[in-house]
Design a protein around this ligand. Structure first.
Ligand code: NJP
Length: 228
């Protein structure tokens, strides 16, 4: 079976992606919460799949390289992300730094560890979970939206660099998703996707034929009135 590495797999969207891809891939699940990762690995094993849990802070360059350098990975899902959504003047320097570190700088560490193997094998798929905030703006999103805009620039540039080597780069940009990511805002709740909806989109991307690349995918709830 091919291998898929999913960051931020301890809960939310990343957990749903790991569970969905486990039908077709051996999973490497990464996040800081070791107990939650182990619970995920046990769940996947009970369903007949394989999942290796690697507790890891993706912002720690040394730890990422020690754990992931040289790992043979067919699909990398850079999903780990945080959002401290509040007015600019209320953001602390630490909140700003953490968002940039997890949402953007960690892309460098994790992708840098795994991509050389993909390029050498002339195959592989790097999927990044962006956001519709990556091409828009909202009040309380100065830093978060900026990191997701940065993700789009990173992803498109990387795509242009590695597509000749047979490596795909895609960004999945969801609307609001029902996870612990941010406190629910009443207006958004009816329009929220489920983590499994995003996971299904990732599975769809990963299953595209070898010669076909879908680089950007925006995923939204259709209507609060329509069940998914
Ligand atoms: O968030 P949440 P989502 N090192 O809070 C992990 C984007 N998105 O699933 O380390 C390693 O449930 C954390 O694990 P742990 C969003 O920007 C969301 O909603 O154990 N891992 C957990 O597994 C993000 O990129 C919405 O705490 C770290 C996971 O990240 C992605 O979707 C809308 C880490 C976060 O789980 C997943 O978000 C949208 C670190 N330093 C885009 N720090 C939405 N939910 O509405 C955190 O457009 N993690």
């Amino acid at each position: 079976m091919p291998t898929a590495l999913v960051t931020g797999a301890s809960r939310g969207i990343g957990r749903a992606i790991a569970r969905r891809l486990a039908a077709t891939h051996d999973i490497v699940a990464v996040a800081r919460s070791g107990d939650e990762l182990q619970a995920l690995a046990d769940e996947i094993a009970r369903e007949g799949g394989r999942c290796r849990a690697i507790p890891l802070d993706v912002t720690d360059a040394g730890a990422v390289h020690a754990a992931l350098d040289g790992l043979e990975v067919d699909v990398l899902v850079n999903n780990a992300g945080i959002g401290v959504l509040k007015p600019f003047l209320e953001l602390t320097p630490d909140e700003w730094r953490r968002m940039v570190d997890v949402n953007f700088n960690a892309l460098f560490h994790v992708t840098r560890a795994v991509l050389p193997g993909m390029v050498a094998r002339e195959a592989g798929h790097v999927v990044i979970i962006g956001s519709i905030a990556g091409r828009s703006a909202f009040v309380g999103g100065t830093c978060y939206a900026a990191t997701k805009h940065a993700v789009m620039g990173f992803a498109e540039s990387l795509m242009l660099e590695v597509r000749d080597a047979g490596v795909k780069v895609s960004v999945v940009s969801p609307g609001s998703v029902a996870t612990d990511f941010s406190p629910p805002r009443a207006r958004d709740v009816a329009w929220q996707l489920l983590p499994e909806d995003v996971a299904e989109s990732v599975a769809h991307l990963v299953a595209t034929p070898p010669g076909v690349l879908v680089h950007r995918l925006e995923v939204r709830a259709l209507s609060p009135k329509r069940p998914r």
